[in-house]
Design a binder for this molecule. Structure first.
Ligand code: SAH
Length: 255
């Protein structure tokens, strides 16, 4: 938790989807205050202007548990920032850091700094595809068994609310997206709008809109840098191409 003690502190900082314009004020400030900044090269490059004068520790994917432990050790006497893409509490680094702290009964000062997550960032580029109730699911089966993911997908699509898929496809498991779309097709018509947002707010940004049926035929445009927005029962395409899920004002007011 927060304290004014300047001795040591571990901040798990969400840096948002990309460019520094999408970071919160506190995220920038926490990095400015840090002696050590730890993170994947991909994320550290996004905050390069904040790094001069810092001890920068570049870590690779995997080995998150070791990284969490090392950061906790360092944070006993130093101000340490661990950067996480988007929001650190959504498929990010906050949970493993807190789990390790909790299991060890550690008393290191810590702080979780929220960030703009990919679903919010991507939605803003598509129009307003989420608007109200929605579900986010990750198709990564590294930490969750695939059978459990399929079960969650089935329940989510049954609700008829928009569903955002994170980690939709990787080299190791390119078929996961196709399987998820087949589950969606049990509950939604093929013309259901789908939005694809790749590299939101960072170099290589691309958006596209398609349909559930068309994406099931050809999902080559989707990779691990893409968030997939599958519309719900009420989602439609705007005249300008945007993707919109009404919140329900039409049931209450005339406009
Ligand atoms: N903690 C992150 C999510 C990490 S999981 C967050 O809150 O955003 C990684 C997945 O997030 C990617 O596979 C992709 O589906 C999605 N993602 C992260 N950043 C993105 C961006 N800038 N544009 C589109 N999708 C993104």
């Amino acid at each position: 938790m927060q304290s004014d003690d300047k001795s040591g502190k571990l901040s798990v900082v969400g840096i948002g989807p990309g460019g520094m314009a999408q970071m919160t004020g506190r995220a920038v400030e926490a990095i400015r205050e840090a002696e050590y900044v730890v993170g994947n090269a991909f994320y550290l490059d996004q905050i390069a202007p904040l790094l001069p004068g810092k001890q920068v520790v570049r870590s690779s994917m995997g080995r998150e548990v070791d990284r969490a432990k090392a950061c906790i050790d360092l944070a006993r006497d130093h101000r340490v920032v661990m950067v996480s893409g988007g929001d650190p509490g959504i498929y990010g680094m906050a949970s493993i850091v807190l789990e390790v702290l909790d299991r060890a009964g550690e008393t290191v000062d810590y702080e979780v700094v929220p960030g703009v997550t990919a679903s919010c960032a991507g939605a803003s580029l598509l129009g307003s595809p989420l608007s109200g109730d929605h579900v986010t699911l990750s198709l990564s089966d590294l930490l969750t068994p695939w059978e459990e993911i399929e079960h969650r997908l089935d329940l989510a699509f049954q609700m008829g609310v928009p569903v955002v898929l994170y980690n939709p496809k990787s080299h190791g498991r390119p078929e996961n997206l196709g399987r998820a779309l087949a589950i969606a097709a049990r509950h939604l018509p093929p013309e259901t709008p789908v939005g694809l947002v790749r590299n939101a707010y960072r170099e290589g940004q691309e958006t596209a809109t398609t349909t559930l049926g068309a994406l099931a035929e050809d999902d080559a445009a989707v990779d691990m840098r893409t968030a997939v927005f599958i519309g719900g029962k009420e989602t439609f395409r705007m005249k300008d191409g945007g993707m919109l899920t009404p919140r329900g004002y039409g049931r209450k007011y005339v406009y």
